[in-house]
Design a protein around this ligand. Structure first.
Ligand SMILES: Nc1ncnc2c1ncn2[C@@H]1O[C@H](COP(=O)(O)OP(=O)(O)OP(=O)(O)O)[C@@H](O)[C@H]1O
Ligand SMILES: [Mg+2]
Length: 383
């Protein structure tokens, strides 16, 4: 396969200026004081993307994801290293990057087209499709500065997918659209995949990475710490969030513990808000092992509702089949479906020994009028 994106030894440094003197008097006395510090946003990044691949880019806030994408798109110039891109590239960068906010949506579509080398006539030819996809026809002649962030993303995505790019780069923005529009974007991305186009996708939504990417890279403090099959990269990422894997533990335990099933006695995972649900986690182990069981609950939009303490639920696995009973005594959630992930970690809570995503969908029903995710159940009185 041909590499269409090739990133070699790329580092990016930013100069950050710190003001040393705080008071106005001191600032007047020492106008050029303060220190300048070099901040390493990316350190020696190496990876390449083959034609037709969809690669997810994950990492915590500030880990360098957007900086990396901007370097690939040519919006930023790396301090050192080299980036090669073959083919046409369309990008949806962070909100705010790309559009001229004083201009109308219509003018921005033409401007963006021109940036990608499209003539006016070529943009004319796709204009209706762009507006149609964005569903913001009513506002197409409004200045972009009056757009809501959702409208902005709709238009930007509509342009990016209609200019027929070989490579599509998407930074986060999918999360901004409402659920229906997100689904439409995901469907469009899938079509792109079928057409053999290449996609780079930054998202904080692990489900989305799992659903769309066969491969993912993980950035941590500007360093690339994982590059491989999505589930392995996400596991490394999760271990980092929990404090970092202990290498020898991971090697020793590799594939010896497996989560076989999660089942509820009643056969269902339906629960009334404020009520409880009990279920069993069946864990198969090849050896005797002491660790902890970890639970995660996510909304369907990929928001983490809760991750249990990775050192809070000790379990002693025996070789063979182990049944662990979990009681969620009081589920304080509002109406909705929540995906449950279950994992086993070592006794430090650092190394993921076994993990299973979306093992059960917990369905919460709620009859009241509170809205959101959590039932606060406030008691309000007038004193
Ligand atoms: N123009 C800039 N000048 C100085 N520092 C910058 C600049 N752009 C980014 N940085 C810094 O580089 C680091 C990486 O930023 P980046 O936006 O790439 O993170 P990110 O992984 O995209 O985070 P998020 O998940 O919040 O979008 C941050 O610490 C940020 O403050
Ligand atoms: Mg970012």
């Amino acid at each position: 396969m041909v590499d269409v994106v090739n990133v070699r030894g790329v580092s990016k440094e930013f100069q950050i200026h710190h003001e040393r003197h705080q008071s106005l008097k001191e600032r007047l006395l020492h106008p050029r004081s303060g220190t300048t510090e070099l901040f390493h946003a990316l350190r020696n990044i190496d990876f390449s993307v083959a034609q037709g691949e969809t690669v997810g880019v994950v990492g915590q806030n500030g880990s360098g994801k957007s900086t990396l994408l901007k370097c690939i798109c040519g919006v930023l110039k790396p301090t050192s290293g080299e980036i090669r891109v073959r083919g046409s590239l369309a990008a949806l960068l962070e909100l705010g990057a790309g559009f001229q906010t004083e201009l109308s949506g219509r003018d921005n579509v033409y401007l963006y087209g021109a940036m990608l080398g499209f003539s006016r006539r070529m943009v004319d030819a796709i204009f209706d499709a762009v507006v149609d996809f964005s569903e913001i026809e009513q506002f197409i002649d409004t200045q972009v500065k009056f757009y809501s962030s959702g409208m902005y993303v709709r238009l930007a995505f509509a342009v990016a997918v209609n200019v027929d790019p070989d490579i599509l780069v998407v930074d986060e923005v999918l999360a901004v659209g409402d659920e229906r529009f997100q689904a439409k974007c995901v469907e469009r991305i899938r079509r792109f995949q079928q057409e053999g186009r290449t996609i780079l996708l930054v998202t904080h939504n692990a489900d989305q990475v799992r659903a769309l990417c066969e491969r993912a890279i993980v950035l941590n403090g500007g360093v690339l710490i994982a590059d491989g099959p999505t589930h392995e990269s996400l596991r490394t990422f999760r271990e980092h969030l929990m404090g970092g894997a202990v290498e020898h533990e991971r090697d020793r335990l590799h594939d010896s513990v497996r989560i076989e099933a999660v089942s509820s006695a009643s056969g269902s995972f339906e629960v009334r808000s404020g009520g409880g649900v009990t279920f069993e986690v069946i864990v198969n182990s090849a050896l005797a092992f002491s660790g902890h069981l970890v639970l995660e609950l996510f909304t369907r939009a990929g928001l983490l509702v809760s991750r249990s303490d990775a050192q809070g639920s000790p379990i002693d696995l025996r070789p063979g089949r182990n049944v662990i009973v979990v009681d969620l005594n009081r589920v304080p959630l509002l109406d909705g479906v929540y995906d449950l992930n279950v994992g086993v970690v070592d006794h430090h809570g650092h190394t993921v020994v076994a993990w299973s995503d979306a093992v059960a969908a917990i369905q919460v029903s709620y009859g009241g009028r509170e809205s959101g995710i959590v039932a606060l159940g406030a008691t309000i009185r007038q004193s």
